[in-house]
Ligand binder design. Structure first.
Ligand code: AMP
Length: 305
């Protein structure tokens, strides 16, 4: 099924205890669409870059068969840039800078071919822009949304309004607490459900992810990796794997949502093994499926003695 992805397209400068990169390809829309492209087609990207955006990155998107008709290239302006630094505990990250650049006056216009997209993933950008995009799409089957501390702190009212149009909200643990003022994550998820989305997924870095609905709680571990180089984009890659699987199967039953959480975690586990999007360049559906099976073994047990 068709999937529309909107989010940031970025040049990231990242430092981890294991190395650093400058102006590497990043942004929520990039990670989401690259991950989803292993599951479904067409993946339609909506975003904006400046004329400093390297051609090789466009070629990468094309090589993944990602439709970039909705990617605006603004002359004379710079691409969005973000800088982050990870601590020894890779779950802790400081944002060093956020340069909105082209995003400051981005007016997303959806190409007419995108309007009938069945699945929509609103990557982490200004919640006002997320809403502007949703208004241009004819009744999608499922809307998954993401956000981050930057928007929770600077645009809380706009974010709450946008959340009313989401079916699924994906946030990490600290964002869930910040959003609801609630330290307990299950209570926080239930508070979020009262704001709008009927499904909440809380990511907990190397401790996995939990899906919460009014009736269900499902917890998936993270894949136990020995080498994690760069956690940047893991959350977005999770979102891309999650919605990509749902779009592929066109099944939003609870059981399939659980599978989608594990596929999201599977894709995220590949993402963190290399800097930037490097590991999302060279995957295959088979590789992904093998790790999905390994995931199942991780927490399978029975009560026979
Ligand atoms: P994640 O590690 O999943 O939280 O995502 C990291 C990505 O989010 C990076 O590639 C950044 O370019 C992008 N990003 C960081 N801050 C923002 C922001 N305020 N708006 C949109 N995208 C952002």
């Amino acid at each position: 099924m068709s999937l529309l992805v909107v989010g940031s397209v970025a040049l990231d400068t990242v430092e981890t205890p294991f190395g650093s990169v400058k102006d590497a390809l990043g942004g929520s829309a990039i990670y989401i669409s690259a991950a989803a492209s292993y599951f479904t087609s067409p993946v339609r990207l909506v975003g904006v870059v400046g004329d400093d955006f390297p051609k090789e990155h466009i070629q990468f998107l094309e090589s993944r068969q990602i439709d970039i008709d909705g990617l605006q290239i603004v002359r004379g302006k710079k691409t969005f840039r973000w800088g982050g630094k990870y601590h020894y505990d890779l779950n802790v990250r400081d944002t060093l800078f956020t340069e909105l650049n082209v995003f400051k006056d981005f007016d997303p216009v959806i190409p007419s071919t995108y309007k009938t997209s069945s699945y929509v993933c609103l990557g982490n950008i200004d919640p006002l822009l997320q809403r502007k995009i949703l208004r241009q799409i004819n009744r999608p089957r499922l809307v998954v949304g993401d956000t981050m501390n930057y928007w929770i702190e600077t645009k809380p009212a706009e974010l709450a309004e946008t959340m009313k149009s989401m079916d699924v909200l994906i946030v990490n643990d600290s964002e869930a607490r910040l959003l609801t003022n609630e330290p307990n994550l299950i209570k926080a998820a239930k508070k979020i459900i009262k704001i709008g989305p009927r499904i909440v997924i809380i990511k907990k870095g190397e401790h996995g992810a939990t899906l919460v609905t009014e009736e269900t709680i499902f917890s998936a571990p993270a894949y136990p990796l020995e080498n994690i180089f760069d956690p940047t984009g893991a959350g977005d890659t999770f979102a891309g794997g999650f919605i990509g699987w749902l779009a592929r199967t066109d099944d939003i039953s609870v059981n399939n949502l659980k599978r989608a959480v594990v596929y999201g975690s599977t894709l995220a586990s590949f993402c963190v093994e290399k800097f930037s999007i490097e590991s999302l360049r060279e995957l295959s559906y088979l590789k992904v499926h093998d790790r999905f099976l390994a995931f199942m073994d991780l927490s399978r047990f029975d009560d026979e003695r």
